[in-house]
Design a protein around this ligand. Structure first.
Ligand SMILES: N[C@@H](CCC[C@H](N)C(=O)O)C(=O)O
Length: 279
């Protein structure tokens, strides 16, 4: 196998290995994904972003978590891929296909990327949940936490609104809740604290990647959940460990996420890293 070029990018510290499969198809096994994402023996990242050709859009994106699993959404990864296309000379707005969803990305005058992430879903089957229940207050009772809100942004999220985020052991609680029996496909677990009207502190334990510095779809889910509970208006600032995202959602239609996307370095993957006998 010949060396494969990659780009290292991040959005608010949520980091990605970006691989371009628009001209030559690239099929990676979960074990290969895990080796590339390994922070000691590979390049290291929270997710791999695969750019693929799309007949009726600018690009199709696939997102692979560091544990090798695939996700139907990744907000920060979408902004990074959009930035790459803009750097290549594409003129916005960009049409981006992710699974069944069609997203739209634009570059703002201040350099930030805005992505219309599609409509949030609230039906228990769409999250998905293991059984019918009120998605505004899931029947999960863990260590005195309030009941979480469930939202699908193309991937499953549960958001807990807490009083004191700093006092929570997010890695431990996240790992416990990601695999709660109510989530047949596991879930991304967000912990949000209201700081002021329209401002929230948020930490997300991501399905398949653990605690990350930022989760774009998690920020969208938290804002939508806050609005559903009457805790937010049409826009909110979500302050994550690695930076701030602005989220807009007027109560219907697509959720718009605005934030930075950065390029860090480029390189080539040694074919040995992709050798499935290398573990
Ligand atoms: N970091 C992402 C979300 C990546 C996928 C997620 N871990 C999942 O499995 O659904 C983001 O910025 O949205």
């Amino acid at each position: 196998m010949s060396p494969i070029a990659f780009l290292k990018m991040h959005g608010c510290g949520n980091d990605f290995v970006v691989l371009d499969a628009r001209r030559a198809p690239l099929a990676l096994t979960p074990a290969q994904v895990r080796r590339i994402a390994d922070r000691h023996r590979g390049v290291g990242c929270d997710q791999l972003v695969l750019l693929e050709p799309a007949a009726d859009a600018d690009v199709r994106l696939r997102f692979l978590n560091s544990d090798g699993s695939e996700s139907g959404a990744c907000g920060n990864g979408t902004r990074c891929a959009a930035r790459l296309l803009f750097e290549e000379g594409a003129q916005g707005p960009l049409s981006i296909v992710v699974g069944e969803r069609r997203l739209v990305a634009e570059r703002l005058a201040d350099g930030r990327i805005a992505v219309a992430m599609g409509e949030p879903r609230f039906d228990w089957r769409q999250i998905p949940l293991a059984e019918p229940c009120d998605t505004k207050a899931l029947p999960i009772a863990v260590e005195g936490l309030p009941r979480p809100v469930a939202v699908s942004m193309g991937n499953p999220h549960a958001v807990f609104f807490v009083r004191d985020l700093a006092s929570l052991d997010v890695p431990r609680l996240g790992a416990l809740l990601e695999r709660h029996p109510l989530f047949p496909e596991r879930a991304n677990i967000g912990f949000a604290q209201a700081l002021a009207p329209g401002r929230f502190r948020l930490r997300v334990f991501e399905r398949g990647a653990g605690l990350t510095l930022a989760c774009g779809s998690g920020a969208c889910a938290a804002m939508v959940a806050a609005r559903r509970l009457g805790l937010a208006g049409d826009t909110a600032e979500l302050i994550l460990d690695g930076g701030t995202l602005e989220i807009r959602w007027p109560g219907n239609g697509s959720v718009v996420m605005i934030g930075p996307a950065a390029q860090v370095f480029s390189g080539t993957l040694d074919p040995e890293l992709l050798n499935d006998g290398a573990d």
